[in-house]
Design a protein around this ligand. Structure first.
Ligand code: GLU
Length: 331
C-alpha cells in the first residue's frame, strides 16, 4: 500500500475510535466486580482504548497506559500455550470447545466429564494445569513468559490482587478438586490454583491487550517485536473458541451482533481480534450483569457495525493473505 493510502486508513480509524471514545465516555452504567476485594478499589471512570494492527502501528485513546490485572483475558492465551505444548488432541481430551451458556465460575461439566471450554474457570484452571511445571513458580514463569511475548514487554504480577484472590478463591478451589475427582488433573491442586490466581493477577494496560490481540491477528507473531509466540493452528483454535465462548453467557449474542472473536475479564479488560488485521484492547471497569465491561461491549458493537467487521458481514474484506494470494495467482 502506498504511504498516503496507509495514512488515510489510520485517519479513518483514529476518527472512528475518537468518536466512540467521546460517545461512550459519559456512560456510567454497570458496577465494579467486588467478589475479589482488590478489584473493588478500581476507579470506575477509567477508560482506555488501543488498537494495534498487524503492521505494528498502535493507536491509543484515554487511559490506555493505566495498569490493571488481566483476569480472564489471560484465558485464550494460556489455552493457546497449552495447545502449543500438547497438541490439539491431548488438550481436547481434557477440555471441550462448547459454549456452556453459564457464568464464568459455573460449576458444571460437559456430560459430567470435562470442562465445557477453556474460556470459563473450570477449563481455564485445567489449561493452567497443562502448562509445564510441577510447582506454581515453575508454571507462572512459563505463563509470564508467554503473556509477555504476546504483549511485547516484560509483564509482572500484582501481589495484592494475587493475595486477594488466593484468600477468597474458595469456589475456584472447589473447581480444582472436582477436576481432580474427574481424573483430569493429576498435579498438586494447590500449586495449580496458585499459578492460576497469579496468572489472573498479571498486570497489563490497554495497549498490551491490543498488542496481544494483534499477535493473534498476525498468525501468532507479535507484529512489533517480530517474535513468534503461537503456532498458526493454535491461533485458529484459540480464535474459534473466543468467537463462540469468549464473552461469558453473552457469547452467543456477541457472536451474532458483533461477530469478532473476543475475551473479557472481571477487571474490565477486553481484547477483540479481527483476523489478519488488528487487535483492539478496551479497559473500563464497570461491568454488566454477565461480567462484561459495559463500555467495551458498546464500543465493539458500534465499531464492528460502522466498519463492517462482523466475520460474516458482506463488507468484511476478510483475510489479507487470501487477497494477496489472489493478487499473486491472478485468480
Ligand atoms: N480471577 C477470576 C476468577 O477466577 C477471573 C474471572 C474472570 O475474569 O472472569 O474468579
Amino acid at each position: 500500500m502506498n504511504p498516503n493510502a496507509s495514512e488515510k486508513r489510520y485517519e479513518h480509524v483514529i476518527e472512528s475510535l475518537n468518536f466512540l471514545y467521546e460517545k461512550h465516555r459519559c456512560c456510567d452504567e454497570g458496577t465494579l466486580a467486588t467478589y475479589i476485594p482488590e478489584l473493588s478499589k478500581a476507579d470506575p471512570s477509567w477508560f482506555g482504548i488501543a488498537l494495534a494492527d498487524v503492521d505494528g502501528k498502535v493507536l491509543e485513546f484515554g487511559n490506555s497506559q493505566i495498569e490493571f490485572t488481566i483476569q480472564s483475558v489471560s484465558k485464550p492465551f494460556i489455552f493457546g500455550a497449552a495447545l502449543d505444548v500438547l497438541g490439539r488432541d491431548e488438550v481436547l481430551k481434557r477440555v471441550g470447545v462448547e459454549p456452556s451458556g453459564d457464568s464464568f465460575n459455573g460449576i458444571e461439566f460437559q456430560k459430567g466429564e470435562r470442562p465445557y471450554n477453556a474460556m470459563i474457570n473450570p477449563g481455564a484452571i485445567l489449561a493452567t494445569s497443562l502448562i509445564p511445571g510441577s510447582t506454581a513458580n515453575e508454571k507462572i514463569s512459563r505463563i509470564l513468559d508467554i503473556l509477555s511475548k504476546a504483549a511485547g514487554r516484560h509483564l509482572t504480577i500484582d501481589e495484592n490482587t494475587y493475595r486477594s484472590e488466593s484468600e477468597t478463591g474458595h469456589r475456584n478451589r472447589a473447581i480444582g478438586h472436582l477436576l481432580r475427582n474427574l481424573n483430569l488433573l493429576e498435579q498438586d491442586i494447590d500449586e495449580v490454583l496458585e499459578a492460576y490466581f497469579r496468572q489472573c493477577s498479571v498486570l497489563v494496560n490497554t495497549r498490551d491487550l491490543a498488542v496481544m490481540g494483534a499477535t493473534l491477528a498476525n498468525m501468532g507473531v507479535n507484529p512489533i517485536t517480530g517474535e513468534s509466540v503461537f503456532g498458526i493452528d493454535t491461533v485458529r483454535d484459540v480464535l474459534s473458541v473466543m468467537f463462540s465462548c469468549g464473552m461469558y453467557d453473552f457469547a452467543g449474542e456477541w457472536a451474532f451482533r458483533v461477530g469478532i472473536p473476543a475475551k473479557s475479564g472481571v477487571s474490565g479488560g477486553l481484547v477483540a481480534v479481527v483476523n489478519r488485521q488488528f487487535g483492539l484492547g478496551i479497559f473500563s471497569p464497570r461491568l454488566d450483569p454477565m461480567g462484561n465491561t459495559v463500555r467495551g461491549v458498546r464500543i465493539c458493537t458500534d465499531f464492528s457495525e460502522q466498519n463492517g467487521l462482523h466475520a460474516f458481514n458482506f463488507t468484511n474484506v476478510g483475510s489479507r493473505f487470501v487477497e494477496s494470494t489472489w493478487a499473486r495467482t491472478g485468480n
